[in-house]
Design a binder for this molecule. Structure first.
Ligand code: ADP
Ligand code: ADP
Length: 229
């Protein structure tokens, strides 16, 4: 079943036509990579998927909720669909552990001990158990991004959207983050990833979408894509 389903979606910024007649259906558990030139609308496309940007026409269903309907409670979608940003967006005044426990506590009312145990387990999975009581400013970019992914996973989402998750990182930190993203893929979580990392797209992705000037130009299996003349 489709977890994310665009039908004839258009998005404008004023008069600028940012998304042009998008038809895109993403199945549960798929890992979809999106590539394309800067300014082509990749970020806009994924930001519509959790309501960070509103669409102007067409239909967009995400985890059963209608994003074209202004009355849809976006918090319900955001419980199901996490987001990982280029610049991490961690809470600077909270420890690493608190960054992970905060939303499950407030939004899901997860009991304290369970919440703590899940967070520590996730920190272990991303290799940062010993950083639990540090603050984001004490971490490298790559470590911050791994915390951001752990924070997203703590909500037990159905899908996670990644907006250039490695683009702000020093080259030597990229692989650790990609390894954590591969771990996310192995959990069967649906992933939509705007990225320049062709290795990830090829090895982990099920689909590769080439985006240009607000349109999907190509949507294929990575192996077919790389064979194209
Ligand atoms: P990409 O992620 O492919 O670099 P974006 O989705 O960020 O592209 O942007 C697509 C186009 O929409 C760009 O021309 C950008 O300047 C424009 N744009 C993005 N966000 C806004 C906004 N909030 N207001 C006006 N124009 C925007
Ligand atoms: P990033 O470096 O994370 O891709 P951008 O510089 O593309 O960020 O955009 C930062 C923010 O500014 C985003 O929220 C985006 O929607 C907005 N934005 C991008 N282009 C424009 C634009 N032409 N006019 C207004 N807002 C924009």
């Amino acid at each position: 079943a489709a977890i994310i389903d665009f039908k004839h979606v258009n998005k404008y910024y004023g008069k600028f036509h940012a998304l042009k007649d998008i038809n895109l259906s993403i199945e549960e558990g798929q890992v979809v990579s999106i590539i394309g030139p800067s300014g082509s609308g990749k970020s806009t496309l994924i930001r519509t998927m959790n309501g960070l940007e509103r669409i102007n026409s067409g239909t967009l269903m995400v985890t059963g909720y209608d994003l074209a309907d202004k009355h849809t409670d976006l918090n319900k979608i955001r419980k199901n669909v996490g987001m990982v940003f280029q610049h991490f967006n961690l809470y600077d005044n909270h420890t690493v552990l608190e960054n992970i426990t905060l939303a499950p506590k407030i939004v899901l009312h997860r009991p304290e001990k369970e919440n703590h145990d899940i967070a520590m387990d996730l920190l272990k999975k991303v290799g940062l158990e010993e950083k639990a009581n540090m603050y984001p400013r004490q971490l490298s970019g790559g470590q911050k991004q791994r915390v951001a992914i752990a924070r997203s996973l703590a909500m037990r989402p159905k899908a996670i959207l990644f907006d250039e998750p490695t683009s702000a990182l020093d080259p030597e930190m990229i692989q650790d983050v990609l390894d954590v993203m591969k771990y996310v893929a192995d959990q069967g979580i649906t992933m939509v990833v705007v990225t320049h990392e062709m290795g990830f797209a090829r090895e982990v992705g099920d689909r590769l979408i080439f985006f240009d000037q607000g349109r999907i130009l190509e949507d294929a299996k990575p192996e077919e894509f790389f064979e194209h003349p």
